[in-house]
Design a binder for this molecule. Structure first.
Ligand SMILES: [Zn+2]
Ligand SMILES: [Zn+2]
Length: 183
């Protein structure tokens, strides 16, 4: 498990914008961060394969557009899997002819009943979780009533912001100010 994967390393910020964060469900400052993508083996970075720009929330550090919530399809799949596991636990093994009648009666069903109650309870919990699912709003929907916050100073270095309209940048670190929604 997790022997080969990838990791983002390095966080070079080059732009900022007023954004809506899915995790915080609030208007936040986001920074456009350029990170190297490294292939990892046993969590150790071994090979850089490229870089990627991401908009990360300055508050929670997560990508602002990524949804933290589980999709309905995934919830239903989990509920169905647990229900099948629950029902499967009632499937009878082929009758084994006991050598002696008194030995057959000693079979302990406790682990089986434990398995049944756990999978049954989890299946019900997953079903309730699916039924109580609130639709995940699209990014466009979230940005409909979006009110960007005007920056007076650079959130990256505190420098003064110059320029007008959609051509604004920090005079000190030359980071650019970006605006939502992006085309
Ligand atoms: Zn956030
Ligand atoms: Zn700056």
């Amino acid at each position: 498990m997790g022997s080969v994967g990838y990791k983002y390393l390095g966080r070079k910020a080059s732009a900022f914008r007023s954004d809506h964060c899915r995790h915080d469900e609030a208007v936040v400052v986001a920074k456009r961060v350029r990170s190297w993508i490294w292939i990892t083996v046993l969590w150790i970075p071994v090979l850089p394969v490229g870089f990627r720009n991401r908009w990360l929330c300055d508050d929670c550090g997560e990508p602002t557009a990524a949804t933290p919530r589980t999709r309905l399809g995934v919830k239903i799949a989990i509920a169905v899997f647990l229900a099948v596991a629950f029902l499967g636990s009632f499937a009878r093994e082929p009758e084994r002819r006991p050598m002696r009648k008194d030995v057959a009666l000693e079979q302990d069903d406790t682990p089986l009943w434990f398995l049944r109650s756990v999978t049954g309870a989890m299946a019900i919990a997953a079903a309730v979780w699916s039924l109580r699912h609130r639709p995940i709003p699209t990014r466009a929907k979230l940005l409909e009533g979006f009110e960007p916050v005007a920056f007076e100073s650079c959130p990256l270095c505190g420098g003064q912001i110059e320029g007008t309209g959609h051509m604004r940048y920090c005079a000190a670190c030359s980071s650019e100010e970006c605006f939502l929604p992006l085309a």
